[in-house]
Design a protein around this ligand. Structure first.
Ligand SMILES: NC(=O)c1ccc[n+]([C@@H]2O[C@H](COP(=O)([O-])OP(=O)(O)OC[C@H]3O[C@@H](n4cnc5c(N)ncnc54)[C@H](OP(=O)(O)O)[C@@H]3O)[C@@H](O)[C@H]2O)c1
Length: 339
């Protein structure tokens, strides 16, 4: 066991895009577990867009990370010492240890992982919170029907990739929106979406319209901004819009300049009888057993593919996180802390 541990704390609240000085790397002594406690060593750290929200103290559904506190995160960790009867030394667990190499835990909220069932990193991606977000948001709110058109933004990412592939499994037509030709090629060629359009294309409204000749029945919103402006006129009567994320707005310092105003959106909600519903994955934890039955089976059957984008070393977490907010990640963004 090493004597010193490392952690990344929130040094300052970002104004606009986060910058390196908003984070601080600290070295601290490896903590010793007390009675009933365990020492966890982080193997994999998950980087997720919601962390931008935790860096801000604006009112939200979850409390912010405090200044000088460890950045919050899901991790896959190894139990390296245990005074608990719940988990033994050597167990691999899904935890919320945050951006640090070591953490103490009393076992609450931990889930033991079986490395024989799937690579343990997937517990942070396709078989974890992002996969569950895609599964529940699409099936509980989007309710795709065979033959319908499902559009998803951030389509090559951790959530979006799963949304489109489940839409296909349910017999719908899946259209992705992603940043750049390489991501679009992957979404169509590897993930099997029917179409994928590039949101950086200035003609996005026209390319999306051509990709959705029968309009849009389900729009899984991950982005907002110009992407929503292109989607909105194409929505069919009775379309469902699970509002999962608004990443184009997370670092905005003023209200985004969007084409359609509230009055136009409300008019369409009424006349087209649209369902627009926001959700947080925790609203649907009750469906975890269904998720963990279906998605591993779909992966085994080759019907769901996934991709991980791996940064190496805790010190590289801030850069990987800042890159992810700008679309530099290609697949679920992880940081490998220790093998
Ligand atoms: N409601 C919930 O409980 C819940 C849970 C998990 C995630 N989410 C949300 O789901 C969304 C996707 O999360 P994820 O973990 O799967 O991340 P991800 O898609 O793997 O990574 C984020 C992606 O967002 C896209 N993006 C960033 N800025 C953009 C912009 N201005 N316009 C268009 N696209 C932009 C980039 O993809 P491109 O290169 O394709 O632009 C980037 O790769 C986020 O909004 C996140 O907050 C919500």
């Amino acid at each position: 066991m090493t004597d010193s541990a490392r952690r990344i704390v929130l040094a300052s609240r970002p104004v606009g895009e986060p910058k390196p000085s908003d984070f601080r790397l600290e070295v601290f002594p490896v903590p010793q577990p007390g009675p009933g406690q365990m020492l966890l060593k982080t193997k994999w750290l998950s980087l997720d867009p919601y962390m931008r929200g935790r860096m801000s103290d604006a009112p939200s559904y979850a409390k912010p990370v405090g200044i000088d506190e460890v950045m919050e995160a899901g991790t896959v960790s190894e139990v390296v010492a245990s005074n608990s009867d719940k988990f033994a030394k050597g167990d691999i667990v899904l935890s919320r240890a945050g951006w640090q190499t070591h953490a103490l835990s009393d076992g609450s909220g931990l889930r033991k992982l079986d490395p024989k069932l799937a690579p343990v990193s997937t517990a942070l991606g396709v078989l974890g919170m992002p996969g569950m977000t895609a599964y529940t948001g699409l099936l509980e709110i989007g309710k795709p029907q065979a033959g319908e058109t499902v559009v998803v933004s951030a389509a090559s990412g951790a959530v979006g990739a799963v949304v489109g592939q489940i839409a296909r499994i349910k017999g719908a037509r899946a259209v992705g929106i992603a940043g750049g030709a390489e991501k679009c090629k992957y979404v169509k060629g590897e993930l099997g979406f029917d179409e994928c359009v590039d949101h950086r294309d200035p003609a996005l409204a026209e390319t999306l319209k051509a990709a959705c000749p029968k309009g849009i029945d389900v729009y899984f919103e991950n982005v907002s901004g110009a992407v929503w402006d292109a989607v909105f006129p194409l929505l069919n009567p009775f379309a469902r819009i699970p509002v999962c994320g608004l990443i184009a707005q997370y670092s905005a310092t003023e209200a985004p300049d969007m084409k359609y105003k509230t009055s136009q959106i409300f008019r369409a909600v009424l006349t087209k009888r649209l369902t627009i519903r926001g959700f947080i994955v925790s609203d649907f934890w009750g469906r975890f057993d269904d998720f963990i039955r279906d998605v591993p089976q779909w992966i085994k059957d080759g019907r769901i593919k996934y991709r991980e984008d791996i940064a190496d070393g805790l010190e590289n977490a801030p850069a990987a996180f800042m890159g992810m907010l700008k679309g530099k990640n290609f697949g679920k963004q992880l940081v490998r802390i220790a093998e």
